[in-house]
Design a protein around this ligand. Structure first.
Ligand SMILES: C[S@@+](CC[C@H](N)C(=O)[O-])C[C@H]1O[C@@H](n2cnc3c(N)ncnc32)[C@H](O)[C@@H]1O
Length: 718
């Protein structure tokens, strides 16, 4: 046993991750040498560097093994060349090769350079498997599961072997009925290497962000430190063809002792209880009898995490907990990296909600809050959510379960990480301070439910002193119609003098702005408001309550989203959630991955670029749901007469450089109808962030009609 307590602590931290001392020791030695015994760098973020280095070492071993297999394979091939009657052995070797390379890491050349660790990613041998075979399907599924970063072996009872058949669920569900298709899962009961903490880090640039505020160090419970997305999680070289090589998500939380179902925490206790669910889920039981909330409570019989009616008086908010048991506020993003050791990032709500904090209003401690969200509460082995929830794309992250089906072929959805709240990628600066939210931006003196009050509160200032939601939580028709008409007849466009989207291209000649849709904002009550969380002016922040399903469309659009229940006009469906990037980051990312990806998932938050302050130092913000996103990433485009409209919603940031993009139904939508929105793309513009596609929306207003016979990629000149 080592005597140095720091070594012991490192061993202990790795042990929690399931890594044995014998594996830790050599890597730790290397790192100590590399960092000239600067322990702080190694200890940062709960030994993230160390964990990654170990995992990389493991990967390199896999790689070496694979190389050996390749060599053997090559030899076999030579043999086969001369002895064509023996192809079977070759096939067997191929098969082995697939078996030994379940990890698809993101590469980290720097780490490889400095730590002497080979970091080449085992290449997915997808092409070499027989097309559409059950094996291929199971391999795909395996990758999907790996990407889900399950830290535990999958028990055979949790795994259903896919026989190549697809699940089918086509009948509309009655409200409250649970959509529960049997998903084909093919797993081998092996331990997935994806328990790795984060694989996108750069040893040469450790933690250089300035610390904005000093916060109490979050207490480390028996879960691991939260890993901050420090470096670009997905880079160009991570993609071979269409299939990204997902290793593990940049951010990941390890098993939490409690499941969501065990969260009945009284309001007063928020922030005081240890071990409560710190996932980003904003879980709230509602007491309003007939509001949207009550409706959603009913619907929650869909999901296994629906609180019972008895809980209806309690609010369940999630918080990070400080050493003293008080609620921590997540610092600015830049500061977060330095502060987050051992803590879990949580949702916006978690950042700032505690009454305690409201009272303190200490500028030091009225913390700069960053929109940093880590959604995952990884299941513990006996957690029933483990893998049998594969038919819930949200993986328990939403209040409702959302199944996926493919009635047409044997394709699976591409792997992605489900997050219920957006997550800052890297440079997007979303720091803001509660103390800077003035009275005009919140209704501090309200209490209870604002919309049932006799006088509209000041949160209605942007909407003509009227609440936009009805008492049933539905968008009022007058407001909705106005929003629709602003996008359709003809669209109200605003032009920037110097468009940030053009500036990022860094061309010699700055192209004129192509115009941005002017939109009406909704302002919801929030944390600094005096009203309760059951206030009717809080709809979007409560999350999805509709009964939805991801399905494979028949019109060559890939996957789509449909509703399994009738939705009245003005219903909130979901928010567009993804990684928050700057326009520059998005540009770089889309340029890099333009050719390799079939679908693209970016959205530009340009609703208010005309107003002062909506750009941060000229930088615009965007969302990208390619790798991290919620169910909105499946919503397909429809020209003009889509049944959803996206409306910007101000929740926490008054100056609109960041806002939530919420989808509401534009008309009554029947069960089983596909949900669509107008991406607002110009099919003649080859230079926009979303990759051009041949529109199959079927609308009689389709803007891509003329091109319908041209191939999908003809629009892009390159
Ligand atoms: C945000 S994703 C929507 C989900 C996507 N269909 C999937 O399978 O993941 C956008 C991509 O879907 C496809 N898509 C969306 N709407 C479409 C349409 N009307 N016609 C054809 N393809 C469409 C395009 O490939 C586009 O890049």
């Amino acid at each position: 046993m080592p005597t140095d307590p720091r070594v012991t602590a490192a061993f202990r931290a790795m042990k929690v991750l399931g890594i044995k001392e014998v594996k830790v020791k050599p890597v730790l030695k290397k790192l100590l040498k590399l960092y000239e015994r600067n322990w702080e760098l190694i200890e940062a973020e709960n030994y993230r560097v160390l964990a990654d280095a170990i995992f990389d070492e493991e990967d390199s071993k896999v790689e070496e093994q694979k190389k050996r297999c390749n060599n053997a394979d090559q030899e076999e091939e030579n043999l086969v060349h001369h002895q064509p009657e023996r192809p079977l052995k070759r096939l067997r070797l191929r098969h082995q090769e697939v078996q030994v390379s379940p990890t698809h890491n993101t590469s980290n050349t720097m780490l490889g350079d400095v730590a002497g660790i080979v970091l080449k990613r085992p290449k997915l041998e997808e092409d070499e498997l027989p097309e559409t075979s059950a094996q291929q399907q199971s391999q795909k599924m395996t990758e999907m599961l790996e990407f889900r970063a399950e830290p535990y072996p999958i028990s055979p009872q949790h795994a259903t072997r896919n026989k190549g058949k697809q699940l089918v669920l086509s009948k509309p569900l009655a409200p409250g009925e649970r959509s529960d298709p049997v998903s084909p899962v093919a797993v081998q009961g092996k331990r997935y290497v994806s328990e790795r903490v984060s694989n996108a880090l750069c040893l040469k640039e450790p933690m250089t962000h300035p610390v904005a505020v000093v916060l109490p160090k979050p207490k480390v419970f028996d879960c691991h430190g939260l890993i901050i997305p420090k470096d670009e999680p997905f880079t160009d070289d991570m993609f071979d063809g269409d299939m990204p090589h997902y290793g593990v998500p940049i951010a990941m939380i390890h098993p939490d002792p409690l499941s969501k179902g065990e969260l009945p925490v009284e309001k007063d206790e928020i922030g005081k209880k240890v071990g409560e669910d710190t996932s980003s889920q904003y879980i709230e039981t509602e007491s309003r009898a007939n509001g949207p909330v009550a409706l959603s409570s009913e619907r929650r019989t869909n999901g296994e995490f629906a609180p019972s009616l008895q809980e209806s008086s309690s609010e369940l908010a999630v918080s990070t907990l400080g050493e003293d048991g008080s609620t921590n506020v997540i610092p600015t993003l830049s500061g977060l990296d330095d502060h987050v050791q051992g803590s879990k990032r949580t949702s916006f709500d978690d950042c700032v909600v505690s009454d305690q904090e409201k009272k303190s209003e200490d500028p030091e401690c009225t913390k700069m809050c960053g929109l940093v969200v880590v959604p995952q509460c990884e299941p513990v082995p006996d957690d029933s959510r483990s893998f049998n929830d594969i038919n819930d794309v949200t993986r328990g992250e939403e209040r409702v379960r959302i199944s996926w089906v493919n009635e047409l072929n044997s394709e699976f959805p591409d792997p992605f990480r489900y997050i219920p709240h957006s997550l800052v990628f890297k440079n997007a600066n979303l720091s803001f301070s509660l103390s800077k939210i003035g009275d005009e931006n919140c209704c501090a003196t309200c209490n209870g439910d604002c919309i049932s009050g006799s006088v509209p509160c000041c949160c209605t200032r942007m909407t003509g002193s009227e609440f936009v939601y009805s008492s049933a939580g539905i968008l009022k028709e007058s407001f909705l119609d106005e929003c629709i008409s602003m996008t359709r007849h003809p669209p109200c466009l605003i032009y920037c003098k110097e468009c940030p989207l053009e500036r990022v291209k860094n061309d010699d000649c700055l192209e004129p702005c192509k115009g941005h849709l002017k939109r009406k904002f909704i302002k919801e009550c929030w944390s600094k408001c005096g009203c309760s969380k059951q206030c009717g002016n809080r709809v979007v922040q409560r999350g999805i309550t509709c009964n939805l399903q991801v399905y494979f469309t028949s019109e060559e659009k890939g996957w789509g989203l449909r509703t399994l229940e009738d939705l009245p006009k003005g219903t909130f469906v979901c928010e567009y959630v993804g990684e928050i990037l700057t326009s520059m980051e998005l540009y770089e990312r889309t340029v890099k991955t333009a050719k390799s990806r079939k679908c693209s998932y970016p959205v530009i938050l340009d609703a208010d670029w005309s107003s002062k302050g909506s750009l941060m130092n000229g930088e615009a913000l965007c969302l990208d749901a390619s790798h991290y996103g919620n169910v909105a990433r499946f919503i397909n485009h429809r020209c003009l007469d889509a049944n959803l409209i996206e409306i910007p919603v101000e929740v926490e940031i008054p100056d609109h450089h960041y806002y939530h993009l919420a989808f509401f139904t534009t008309r009554k939508v029947k069960a089983m109808e596909e949900l669509t929105w107008d991406y607002g793309i110009d099919f003649n513009d080859i230079d926009q962030p979303i990759k051009p596609f041949q529109c199959q929306c079927g609308s009689r207003f389709c803007r891509n009609m003329k091109r319908s016979n041209r191939s999908r990629y003809m629009l892009r000149s390159s």
